[in-house]
Write a protein that binds this ligand. Structure first.
Ligand SMILES: NC(=O)C1=CN([C@@H]2O[C@H](COP(=O)(O)OP(=O)(O)OC[C@H]3O[C@@H](n4cnc5c(N)ncnc54)[C@H](O)[C@@H]3O)[C@@H](O)[C@H]2O)[C@@H](O)CC1
Length: 511
């Protein structure tokens, strides 16, 4: 099932649709029941009551519903709640009273002095927060963090740890430090990126019964499943030969940076390219003898005079200061092109064609947007979108997780491993993406599937090699990653799923 990423405004819009259809109360009931189930899973064997903290909004309402379900399951609950102007939250407070559960006033002192508990539920604030924590809630959060920092009492955040802004990756000075977070309806940027994600602990998703068309309409980004991405991967005809499997040119490498181009070549070969040639002015190493290399006295002259064209180009890895001028020339060829590393320069603004992928990391994205790295990492979705608008084509903003932006859409990748934060990883990815483009994939699909393929190979490499991963370790696992995603087999008798979304494929015979 496709999952979605919502901003706070998106959740407000979704809730407005639910409200108009008379379904909001049912959604709160569903959310509260899911919270109760998560708490029981988390602490079924732990002694003591569950302690539920309820703020004045709908996030607090979810906590009150959860308390009723836990009570019905025969568990002891302690409920500390703020006064609420929210009609559904008020109604659920009355329902709790009706089944004999007392609601105690919420205060920092009550949190600090409560006896041992099986687990805490943080229902103080969710997507409705504005600005930094104010008043008594700030003191309550400080008291909760102080008594749970030993890790003895788990804290389940309902939807979001209170104090985090749903749309931001940079956690503010004060927020609940949750051991677990149950995201409601869909993920929020704070669940997925940066220091905010670290405050969420273990993340799970409760998919509420929301009509898929509403979710899609209000979502900020998509998280494709492995099955969706695997179905897009190309398939070879039994009659394929190296000339039909995709010819990739890697243009890169310079003195001291020779390995970057070589790693891109390895990535392209391991992702299925039939013929991979490295073009450079430098003497490049050949990590695999299957790679071809051509050393040019002047890349500038070669690019201008070159009459033949490959199926895809990856340009920029270790290329040095001439990268932007070369990129400008190669973009006029109008062949699928991956622009990486030194080719990611502001002077190329507006020159990306529809078959062009830009693959910046946050530092390179900041250069392209002429802003600070902190601005990029605080809101990676907006940053990727802005690069796409300014430069055209499709953008892969690399990170943990990477974001793909195309005209009119965003997706956030799944998986990967922190060990992938090492030199050369992006070079390999550029080669992978070029191979997928050369095999005829549409750029948006090549970007989303290629990033996931790389991440999946990284997960496998981490199991094999441990924490510190090299780009070569990851490249060696690409075949396994491909199989994990359920990519179509080479045998054409195995039926190949049609890619969703109806994107045009340049060379359908290879899919
Ligand atoms: N579609 C969904 O995902 C659904 C979400 N629900 C819940 O609804 C929540 C959003 O509810 P609301 O929009 O009522 O908002 P919240 O419950 O997150 O917060 C609103 C309350 O917080 C106060 N507040 C805002 N900023 C503050 C600050 N900085 N310091 C102190 N107090 C502050 C406001 O005065 C208001 O009382 C979600 O997070 C989720 O828990 C469910 O109840 C129903 C369905």
């Amino acid at each position: 099932m496709t999952d979605y990423v919502f901003t706070a405004a998106g959740i407000r819009a979704l809730d407005a649709r639910l409200d108009a259809a008379g379904l909001l109360e049912l959604a709160m009931e569903e959310a509260g029941r899911a919270v109760a189930a998560a708490l029981l899973d988390l602490s079924a064997e732990r002694p003591g009551p569950f302690a539920l903290l309820a703020g004045g909004g709908a996030n607090g309402g979810d906590a009150l519903v959860a308390a009723r379900h836990l009570h019905a399951a025969g568990r002891q609950v302690r409920v500390l709640a703020a006064p609420s102007p929210h009609p559904l939250t008020q109604r659920n407070r009355e329902r709790l009273a009706a089944v004999g559960v007392a609601v105690e006033p919420l205060s920092a002192e009550a949190v600090a002095t409560l006896g041992p508990v099986a687990a805490w539920a943080d229902g103080l604030l969710g997507t409705g927060i504005s600005g930094e924590l104010r008043g008594e809630l700030a003191a309550v959060v400080e008291a909760l963090n102080a008594r749970t920092c030993s890790g003895l009492e788990p804290v389940l955040a309902i939807d979001l740890p209170s104090g985090l802004l749903a749309d931001r990756a940079d956690a503010g000075p004060l927020s609940v430090r949750a051991t677990h977070t149950l995201a409601l309806s869909g993920y929020k940027p704070a669940h997925l990126f940066g220091p905010a994600a670290e405050r969420c602990g273990t993340l799970t998703l409760a998919r509420l019964a929301v009509p898929p068309a509403w979710a899609e309409a209000e979502a900020r980004a998509t998280r494709f499943t492995d099955a969706e991405l695997g179905a897009w991967l190309p398939r070879r005809e039994a009659s394929a030969h190296k000339g039909t499997a995709g010819r990739v040119w890697v243009v890169g490498g310079s003195a001291g940076m020779e390995g970057a181009a070589a790693l891109a070549g390895v990535g392209a070969l391991r992702a299925g390219a039939g013929l991979v040639t490295l073009h450079s002015e430098a003497e490049l190493p050949l990590p695999m003898p299957e790679l071809m290399r051509t050393r040019h006295p002047s890349l500038g002259q070669w690019v201008q005079e070159e009459g033949q064209r490959p199926d895809a180009v990856a340009l920029g890895m270790g290329l040095g200061p001439q990268a932007a001028a070369l990129a400008r020339q190669v973009l006029t060829w109008a062949v699928p092109t991956v622009l990486d590393a030194d080719a990611l320069q502001p002077e190329l603004s507006g020159l990306g064609h529809v078959q062009c992928l830009w693959t910046p990391h946050p530092g390179e994205a900041a250069r392209l947007l002429e802003c600070s790295v902190a601005e990029v990492t605080a809101d990676p979705l907006s940053a990727a979108e802005q690069v796409q608008r300014r430069y055209g084509g499709v953008v892969v903003l690399k990170g943990g997780p990477s974001v793909v932006a195309w005209a009119g859409g965003l997706s956030v990748a799944r998986g990967g491993h922190p060990g992938m934060a090492s030199a050369g990883m992006g070079d390999t990815l550029a080669g992978i993406l070029a191979a997928l483009l050369a095999a005829g994939m549409a750029p948006q699909q090549a970007a989303a599937a290629g990033v996931r393929l790389h991440a999946r190979a990284g997960e496998r490499a981490a199991r094999r090699f441990g924490y510190g991963l090299s780009a070569s370790d990851v490249a060696a696992e690409l075949g396994g990653g491909w199989a994990d995603l359920g990519g179509p087999a080479a045998d054409p008798r195995v039926p190949c799923p049609t890619p969703a979304g109806g994107a045009e494929l340049r060379r359908p015979e290879l899919l």
